[in-house]
Design a protein around this ligand. Structure first.
Ligand code: ADP
Length: 547
């Protein structure tokens, strides 16, 4: 017997309609490329999204077509999110931090029909355009006529101006109803091993993920919140915030390309931001700025952090010095991206050290998604905080296959997706990532966590950034090698750096050598590029012994 309740498809257009209808006076504030602020309320946003659909239709976009964006966080990018998906087409967010070659590759792979781009990326577009497969009919710059650049494009690719097109269009469009499993957006992984792979989100997965984002155990946004996504809309839909905020009716404060500590702090205070989300590098930049300038943050109390492991020292510093809670999240492109969340709570009688260790874990699975750890033979491992294994997940917003591949092809026989992360899960179901499986250090058959060693290294007062990789060792196969970047104006002595490990790890975990470097390489999603480091330093310990 079926239930007798109404059955409406879960569609992205319903989010913007809800925001306009019930929180229409709330707004999206955007920092433009020149630093000025632009404001637009949700009634206007929904109207302009409809107008944009008319533009897309005039440019020949059909449901199912892929429309690319190459843009910072701003109101026009939000309009594109809602218009493209809302009409039944697919919003393909392109990450500008990918190489021009990878940008051309993914646009050709997706067979994008149009590209909407911020002016910042004019040069990258000119470089990538000739190789992006010939399906792109036009590049539309997100600006008005006066700002249009003179970008040279290959024959057959028109150069258009967003605000000109918008001015010429009407708003005579009603959001259509269709199957909630229809593709809504496409995001490629950064391809640290091989070419990027496309993850194709559906309307259903996007809405369920946004509901989950708004649950109290997760980000729990409310209509009076003012939310600043520092995480970019060009990678994994800004962690779902452009959907989650509007679903809650919360206002959005968009930082554009200005992501340094001073700009972020200034905008947070000026726009009374109450919640924000970003990667550790961004929050580290904010902390350095606050310490150096003496500026305080007046309205924000919670910052979500993820994308890479959050060093406990960062959680501690924000808490003690600024009264701010860092909420640690884990996820990936393939999980839309929210997978686990470390919900803040206090435990009576818990020591400071134990509380910090608890907060630094990646947290519990969010309802709608399940996780487990398995050994190399796929056998589930206990949740005892000791056994570590390959982390797997399955759920409503987890990829089942990569773009262009057969349904289910990314899953094992039981429907689990193997994340490529290695983790422990404790008795309270709180998960901790110890490594990417390709980054683990296997010393004499035992695993050493590179993340744990990096977290300790950055607690040294003069270390700005640290990376630990597996270096080949004649006796132990692999041993940890620590690379450190000193803070500006400081110098580092290897022996002094190693003292920071005293009493914190077993002796056999100690890095065999410390290399002081000026900078470390990063991937397009801002993570340490350990592949590059391994290529360069893998033989370091062997070379040293031969010297
Ligand atoms: P890419 O496109 O580079 O694969 P993703 O954004 O999909 O980038 O990155 C996902 C990976 O990032 C995860 O599999 C994990 O290794 C890492 N990651 C994400 N969040 C965390 C976290 N909180 N702690 C440790 N690692 C994390």
């Amino acid at each position: 017997m079926f239930g007798l309740m109404q059955d409406h498809p879960l569609l992205i257009s319903t989010i913007v309609c809800h925001a306009a209808r019930h929180h229409g006076g709330n707004e999206i504030v955007s920092r433009s490329l020149d630093g000025s602020l632009h404001r637009q309320d949700y009634v206007t946003l929904e109207r302009r999204a409809r107008r944009l659909v008319r533009v897309l239709q005039a440019l020949g976009v059909e449901p199912g077509d892929r429309v690319a964006t190459l843009a910072w966080n701003g109101f026009r990018h939000v309009e594109l999110y809602y218009a493209i998906s809302g009409m039944g087409a697919v919003c393909h967010t392109v990450n500008p931090r990918l190489s021009n070659d990878d940008i051309a590759y993914i646009m050709a792979d997706a067979r994008d029909v149009l590209l909407f781009a911020d002016l910042t990326f004019a040069a990258a577009i000119a470089a990538a355009a000739p190789n992006c497969g010939g399906s792109v009919r036009a590049v539309v710059f997100l600006c008005d006529r006066a700002e249009m650049p003179e970008t040279k494009l290959p024959p057959g690719m028109a150069l258009l101006c967003y605000e000109d097109l918008m001015a010429a269009a009407d708003e005579d469009f009603a959001w259509p109803q269709f199957d909630e499993r229809t593709a809504a957006s496409l995001c490629y992984t950064s391809g640290t091993t091989g070419r990027p792979k496309g993850v194709l989100y559906s309307h259903r997965s996007t809405l369920l993920h946004a509901y989950a984002l708004n649950s109290a155990n997760v980000m729990g946004l409310r209509s009076h919140d003012r939310v600043m996504p520092v995480v970019p809309m060009f990678h994994v839909n800004a962690w779902g915030l452009a959907y989650g905020a509007l679903m809650a009716g919360a206002s959005l404060v968009m930082p554009g390309r200005h992501l340094d500590g001073a700009s972020v702090a200034g905008l947070m205070n000026a726009e009374r931001v109450t919640f924000s989300a970003g990667v550790p590098t961004v929050w580290l930049g904010l902390l350095h700025h606050l310490r150096a300038s003496g500026e305080r943050l007046h309205t924000i109390r919670r910052l979500a952090i993820g994308g890479s492991a959050c060093p406990p020292a960062l959680i501690d510093a924000f808490d003690r010095e600024y009264g701010l809670t860092l909420e640690h999240a884990w996820g990936m492109t393939e999980s839309s991206p929210l997978g686990t969340y470390n919900t803040p709570f206090t435990v009576e009688g818990e020591s400071d050290a134990a509380a910090l260790a608890r907060k630094a874990r990646q947290g519990q699975a969010i309802f709608g998604l399940d996780i487990r750890i398995v050994d190399d033979n796929g056998v589930p491992q206990p949740h005892d905080g000791i056994a570590s294994g390959n982390l797997q997940m399955r759920g409503q917003w987890v990829a089942a296959a990569y773009y262009g591949n057969p349904p289910g092809s990314a899953l094992d026989a039981e429907g689990w997706f193997t994340t490529g992360d290695v983790a422990t899960i404790d008795a309270d179901s709180s998960m901790e990532i110890t490594d990417r499986s390709k980054d683990v250090i296997k010393s004499g058959g035992e695993w050493i966590s590179s993340i744990a060693l990096e977290n300790i290294a950055v607690s040294h007062p003069d270390v700005a950034e640290a990376a630990v990789i597996a270096a080949t060792h004649p006796k132990w196969d692999e041993r940890p090698l620590l690379l450190v970047v000193p803070k500006a104006g400081r110098t580092l002595e290897p022996a002094d750096v190693l003292r920071v490990y005293d009493g914190k790890v077993a002796k056999w975990w100690l890095p065999d050598a410390v290399v002081v470097v000026e900078e470390l390489p990063h991937t397009a999603t801002g993570k340490l590029s350990k592949l590059t480091l391994r290529q360069k330093y893998r033989g370091y310990l062997v070379d040293q012994t031969q010297m």
